[in-house]
Design a protein around this ligand. Structure first.
Ligand code: C2E
Ligand code: C2E
Ligand code: C2E
Length: 91
């Protein structure tokens, strides 16, 4: 793709994430808690994560990054513009 614009950031909605049942969101909840702990970033309503972390989460969820991104958008944890971040990665 073109390099005119930087890809959008992956910004997780932590308040929304906390309301999701742990059967589906548990691995993501533990992953983000670990990042918050490593950064000492505990009070945020949102958390910006690395592109690399989405790849890692895709392995954990046994899905492609783009399918996982769609799932996180449908859960309300990622905004729809996250789609462009993944397209930038995969194109
Ligand atoms: P590290 O990867 O060695 O990064 C050391 C420090 O460099 C970070 O300290 C942060 O101040 C800065 N840094 C590295 N990459 C970025 C970046 O993309 N953006 C920004 N704004 N700063 C960056 P910090 O935040 O205290 O994190 C400490 C350690 O915790 C990191 O060491 C890393 O091992 C882990 N960590 C923190 N956040 C993440 C994350 O989002 N994903 C992953 N995989 N690890 C993280
Ligand atoms: P932004 O990236 O659009 O983030 C907007 C606001 O979302 C931030 O306001 C903060 O309240 C929240 N936010 C985003 N990601 C995180 C996160 O991982 N943890 C927490 N606790 N909050 C988050 P804030 O802090 O006043 O920052 C305003 C703007 O300053 C940011 O807009 C960004 O453009 C810049 N900025 C702040 N910190 C960093 C950084 O570590 N790296 C870079 N490159 N820019 C930063
Ligand atoms: P950001 O701080 O605006 O950084 C944007 C991109 O610049 C990062 O995308 C990464 O490709 C590069 N970058 C920035 N700082 C560093 C660094 O110290 N080392 C390296 N190797 N690359 C760096 P990425 O990785 O997708 O991260 C997206 C956002 O996630 C970052 O935006 C930041 O808001 C957050 N983030 C990622 N890692 C850390 C971290 O270790 N600590 C903190 N506090 N925030 C992080």
């Amino acid at each position: 793709g073109g390099a005119a614009e930087p890809p959008p950031k992956l910004v997780l909605d932590l308040e929304r994430l906390a309301t999701l049942p742990s059967e589906k969101a548990g691995p993501l909840q533990r992953y983000t808690a670990t990042i918050q702990s490593q950064r000492g970033d505990y009070n945020g309503k949102v958390l910006s994560i690395r592109q690399d972390d989405l790849r890692t989460l895709a392995v954990i969820y046994d899905q492609s990054p783009s399918v996982l991104t769609e799932q996180l958008i449908s859960w309300g944890v990622l905004g729809a513009d996250a789609r462009r971040a993944v397209q930038a990665e995969e194109s």
